[in-house]
Design a protein around this ligand. Sequence first.
Ligand code: SAM
Ligand code: SF4
Length: 497
Amino acid sequence: MGTKKKSWKEERIRRDQIDKYLNADGSDFINDVLIESQIRDNVNPDPQKVRDIIAKSMAVETLSPQEAATLLNVEDPQLWKEMEEAAGLIKQKVYDNRIVTFAPLYLSTSCVNNCLYCGLRSDNQSVTRGILSIDEVKREIEVLAGTIGHKRLIIVYGEHPQSDVDYMAETMEAIYGVKAKVKNGYSSIRRVNVNAAPLPIEYLSRLNQIGIGTYQVFQETYHKKTYSTVHPSNTLKGDYRWRLYCMHRALEAGIDDVGIGALFGLYEWKFEVMALLYHAIELETKFGIGPHTISFPRLEPADNTPFNQSSAHRVSDEDFRKIVTMIRLAVPYTGMILTARENAQMRKSLIPCGVTQTDASSKIGLGAYNSYDGPEQVANRQQFILGDTRSLDEVVRELALMGHITSFCTAGYRCGRTGQCIMDLLRTGAEGKFCKLNAVITYREWLDDFASEETKSVGEQIIKNEIEEVKCTNPKVFEMFMDYYRRTAEGERDLYF
Ligand code: SAM
Ligand code: SF4
């Protein structure tokens, strides 16, 4: 048994699937020394220079690392306020008032890695391990799609031979196959995003054929020394470059939508923001497609994991706000995911800084939506502790009261609006036109199938405003849109542009 597992591990990392992407001199695209010096060299920026850079972001142009370093060095609170306002306006320009929602679903909690910050690390003896059977997966989907009304998931796997590509493929197919009965027909998961370990190109092609949405892998920290401290070198995750180039492999495998991220709290936050920008620029340069999403998880407490309290780089709420603002300004076209790691108050206050996606009714224990019937959060059954476990209904209502429409739209991916195509649409602001129509239609669906009376009454006002807006801004399609809208209100499902 021991040898079998070893050979699985030994076979995983394909050196040639790293080397071919390296620079001619054998280096990668993260130059730690250069990044540190760019941050150091741009202190005390001239306010006019800062405003010129903000104007570039407002034109939906990716910033250069020098420009980002300049903004990162702003100390004046008034200028930060201007940056924050600009971040909100950019989000509005590119994505309008839509916030996409989803839920996380953990499928396995066994992991061969030993990341110091993670409750699921192999050394942690106190955590409960497991893997959902296909029947258990289907039962989770019955709740997620049938009772709560989610249409999008991020499914999460530990890195382990039991949850390798065959299991991933089988579970994805099972998820797409569930049609949960609701009063107006059925509800199903229409987009499955995946957060898993870095995979070889062949495996990624296979997941692409099954219909993977976004493939998400976070570098955790781009700082090489810190990376090797928190990811022991005898583990698969200890290989920095295998992880660094996984989005190159994904794009080569035909997966258009890739999601990058850093776990804030491991190293200096300004460095990580710069490195995320370098990653985005590298993908734009090599593939013509930047990251579909950027995630910015912040270190949370986890069972039996003292590292998380002792890290010297834990991020304050104030700095976290700057992180969100900076990512929006540096990579203006990208989707930005704020998760339920953050508490309700923090989420409410950060959404106006440029966030485009957020989860709701999240449970991250294995089988927690249906199969497991205990308290909401149990430390030794989950990777870390969530800060916000509010229901989707409450989150939709809060967003509506803030003037946002929660979008359940999954059409972009199903109509081929991904990758280069979506990048162009986002940059020109045209994406919002399709998405607004689909957002309204899917919102109608969700309100009728799942909302409480209280949420429904707030949501109706949003719909009214949106219909007026479509009438004025998109008159050519208005008639057809209203036809789809009426049919949806009468009970037809899954109509989209
Ligand atoms: N096993 C996969 C991997 O490591 O790539 C996915 C696991 S997990 C759902 C996804 C992310 O959660 C990790 O990439 C990491 O950034 C984050 N994470 C891990 N431990 C965390 C903690 N204690 N607090 C907050 N986020 C954490
Ligand atoms: Fe495993 Fe991911 Fe946790 Fe690391 S972060 S121990 S790879 S589940």
